[in-house]
Unconditional design. Structure first.
Length: 366
């Protein structure tokens, strides 16, 4: 019964998530530029470096591509050269500097530059740090030159995914065939939704790969749980079984078999005064209930957002009904894949952390 409720709830959730496609997974599916301030030829203070980092974050945020992403491949960085430095007699003595700021959008995997921009700024201050800050504060995230530079880099990233889509998906599927499911999903989850066709393909593959992953895992988990129970049909064995089965995904093909095993164990201890076992059984059942409750919350939020979305569509896109309906269908089809991606993200957080780092200092800008 619980399995049927879960499926029904999932279907309802799928219909209600179209309006949340951009936000339900944070930065998943979103084109994001990471930002980085490397060590400079002329050493700068921590305050200057922090200010440069903040400016980079403002620039990508202004273009709608800021945030934190599991894909560290693409980055915007800046290097500063001192063109001139003059000491102005005081009192007080002041330092005047002309700076050349070189901005880059780069591919850290291929070590290539997608776009670049050079801007000259001047700053004056009572110290070199203050002179740097006086110049850097004049960086305007809405400057057309900066906007064009970011747009060029963004378009080249999109071109990269559109051009290499089949290769990227093939590499991910190759990883999945060898059992490296996390690596496969990680590769596919980096494809941004602005590359619509490639993104759609990536979602379809993510769903299939995730299902293979949890089915393989559930076979091992269930085997371990059964062995634990056959080996020791006491409260210790029961606790071991519950601990094993708590690792199952709600999408696992062996979920019903796991439920049967837990019922068998619960029946054995039904007439025994064993609060520890009952508590362990309760934890297992509460774990499934919590997942369902989380989906219910998402469903209600999705329903509200979906209603607002439909009202906006009626006002703005009356003449595009056919396209809307097609988008609604895609939203339904993709919602399950996105939910599975979300579950994978929670289950594989350690793997993601260990495998999503790049040494941006090695990017060659000249």
């Amino acid at each position: 019964m619980r399995h049927i409720q879960f499926i029904l709830l999932l279907v309802a959730f799928a219909f209600c998530t179209q309006a949340r496609a951009q936000t339900e997974l944070g930065d998943y599916g979103k084109l994001v530029l990471n930002t980085f301030v490397p060590d400079q030829v002329d050493e700068i203070s921590a305050d200057v470096k922090s200010m440069l980092q903040s400016k980079l974050n403002q620039i990508v945020a202004a273009k709608g591509i800021g945030g934190v992403t599991i894909n560290p491949r693409f980055v915007m960085l800046v290097k500063v050269n001192v063109l001139t430095k003059d000491i102005i007699a005081g009192p007080p003595t002041m330092i005047a500097q002309s700076l050349e700021l070189n901005f880059y959008v780069a591919d850290a995997t291929e070590n290539t530059i997608f776009s670049s921009l050079s801007i000259e700024l001047k700053g004056v201050g009572a110290s070199q740090t203050k002179a740097y800050i006086d110049a850097i504060k004049n960086i305007n995230s809405k400057d057309k030159r900066i906007g064009d530079f970011v747009e060029e880099g963004k378009n080249k990233i999109i071109d990269y995914y559109n051009t290499n889509c089949e290769i990227l998906i093939a590499k991910a599927n190759s990883s999945a065939k060898t059992g490296d499911f996390d690596a496969a999903i990680l590769k596919l989850s980096a494809i941004p939704d602005v590359c619509e066709k490639c993104y759609e393909k990536s979602l379809a593959n993510i769903e299939q790969i995730y299902q293979k992953k949890i089915d393989v895992e559930c076979t091992v988990i269930l085997k371990n749980a059964k062995f634990a129970w056959q080996s020791n049909q006491t409260k210790v064995g029961a606790q071991k079984v519950a601990e094993e089965l708590n690792n199952l995904s709600p999408f696992s093909s062996c979920q019903n078999e796991a439920d049967s095993l837990m019922k068998q164990i619960a029946q054995k201890f039904k007439d025994e005064e064993n609060s520890a076992i009952r508590e362990r059984m309760k934890k297992y059942n509460d774990g499934l209930k919590l997942k369902l409750d989380q989906l219910r919350v998402q469903e209600e939020e999705g329903r509200r957002n979906y209603a607002l979305q439909k009202d906006q569509q009626k006002q703005q896109y009356v003449l595009q009904k056919a396209d809307q309906e097609a988008g609604g269908l895609r939203g339904f089809v993709n919602a399950i894949a996105k939910l599975k991606m979300s579950l994978w993200r929670n289950e594989s957080s350690n793997y993601i952390t260990q495998n999503t780092s790049k040494d941006y200092s090695k990017i060659k800008t000249k």
